[in-house]
Every structure is written in C-alpha cells, then in structure tokens.
Design a protein around this ligand. Structure first.
Ligand code: F6R
Length: 241
C-alpha cells in the first residue's frame, strides 16, 4: 500500500481529486468505482469544480457505486442514488446510462446483484475503485465476518454501522438494516484502489489496517494483498498508528 499522509480533510480531498483527475484524463474510457458517505463529499465537490474549469470531462466515464440501502427508491433523498446525483452526477457531463448504482428497491434483489456483477464485467472491470473505511473496518457494506470471496450481494448492516449512519436520517429506526453491496472479491478485482480516510473516528481502523494482519474479522485488511492501493489519510486518522 502506498500511504500518502496529509494534514487534514481538505488536503485529503485535494490529493484525492488530483489522483482522479489524472486517471480520468489518462484512461480512454475510465471505469470508476465510487463510494458515498462523508469522506468522499469534498472529493466530489472538487471534481465538479475541475469539470466547471474545463479540466475534466465525464463524457467517457462509466461509474459503479459500491452500495445502496435495501428498500429505498432512487427518488428517496436518503438513497445513495440521490446522494450521488446531488453531490456529483447532475453537475457534470456524465451520461446517466453509464452510471450504475445497485437498485435497493428491486423486486428480485438476487437478480439485481447478479446483473450488477455482469455489468461490471461487461464494462471491462473497474479501473479505479474509490473506497472509504468504516470504523469497524468495513469496505463497501461488507461488515466484519464477510468472506473475502464475496461478490455483490444483499448484506446485513452492523449495529455500529446503523448507528454511524443514523446522522443522515431523522431517527435510528429509519436507517435500513440491509444493503446491496459490491463484494470484497468484486472490490479486490478492481485494477487500482484509492482509499480515503479522515478524522479521529477512523484512527483505530487505520492502525489496524497498517498492522497488516489479514483477517475476515477486519474486512479492509484484505487491501494489504492488492498490488495497487493508494491510501490518502490525514493526521487525525493516523493518530493511533
Ligand atoms: C459508502 C461505503 C462505506 C463508507 C464508509 C465510510 O458507499 O461503502 O464503506 O465508505 O462507511 O463512511 P464515511 O465516509 O461516511 O465515514
């Protein structure tokens, strides 16, 4: 893993933006894997700025998001589809038929998961997968205990994840308890991975990741086995290392 230590959230977002701008401009038909959540918001805001300044275009970009809550329609303001549209897609020149986010409201979720895997394969795989990390080490919504061989599937969210994500909902009861998530193997099949980490709530997870012990009890630990991972991490998140 290539560790890039930065000062704070803003610098993390700037460096991550530089990284993606470079990939978007150097790949002919970039296939990006994207994450939602607080960590990537600054990155998406800056990508919109780069687009407005004419430095990048999304015309040839295809995207696959990591996950979506089960039971939420795309039009639901709490859905990850809505989040991505508001935070990135509607502000840039991406063609929406190149945008992929699992449909958590599909009537046949198993079929939806298979179709998602097929769509990734058909696009030639993910070139650059952007990841955040959960305080419990989850990547995507693959919680501790998920087999490393997992593919896109319906997953149960940990209590701690539900608690952490309650900040986006009116009450903890409203947080869906399941999601459709790319699998760990799906994530590991991407050609390159960019992990962004910020803040002291991630310090323990970061320390564990850097220890290097690989275990299904700590999903992100598998990243130690991928041969092209860049971690952009701020000082607060490195406080435990
Ligand atoms: C989001 C995702 C999650 C988040 C992680 C960190 O699509 O798959 O793994 O990346 O929960 O979330 P934040 O950035 O909100 O701390």
């Amino acid at each position: 893993m290539n560790i890039m230590r930065v000062r704070d959230y803003n610098q993390m977002s700037e460096k991550a933006t530089e990284f993606l701008v470079n990939r978007i401009n150097s790949l002919e038909n970039p296939v990006l894997g994207l994450a939602t959540g607080s960590t990537t918001e600054g990155l998406y805001q800056r990508l919109i700025e780069k687009y407005s300044q004419g430095e990048i275009s999304f015309k040839h970009v295809t995207t696959f998001n990591l996950d979506e809550y089960v039971g939420l329609e795309q039009s639901d303001p709490k859905s990850y589809y809505y989040f991505m549209n508001e935070r990135l897609f509607r502000h840039v020149d991406i063609s929406m038929d190149r945008v992929h986010i699992p449909n958590g409201a599909a009537s046949d979720l198993k079929k939806e998961c298979e179709a998602y895997e097929n769509a990734i394969a058909q696009a030639g795989g993910v070139d650059v997968q952007v990841l955040g990390i959960g305080a419990n080490g989850h990547i995507g919504f693959n919680e501790p205990g998920t087999p490393f061989s997992s593919k896109t599937d319906v997953v149960d969210l940990d209590k701690s994840t539900i608690q952490a994500n309650a900040r986006f909902f009116n009450s903890i009861e409203e947080v869906p308890t399941q999601a459709v998530s790319m699998g760990i193997e799906t994530i590991m099949n991407s050609k390159e991975i960019l992990l962004v980490v910020s803040g002291d709530t991630k310090a323990d997870a970061m320390a564990k990741l850097l220890e290097g012990e690989i275990s299904e009890d700590f999903p992100a630990s598998i990243l130690n086995k991928h041969d092209s991972v860049t971690v952009i991490v701020d000082e607060a998140a490195l406080a435990g290392s």
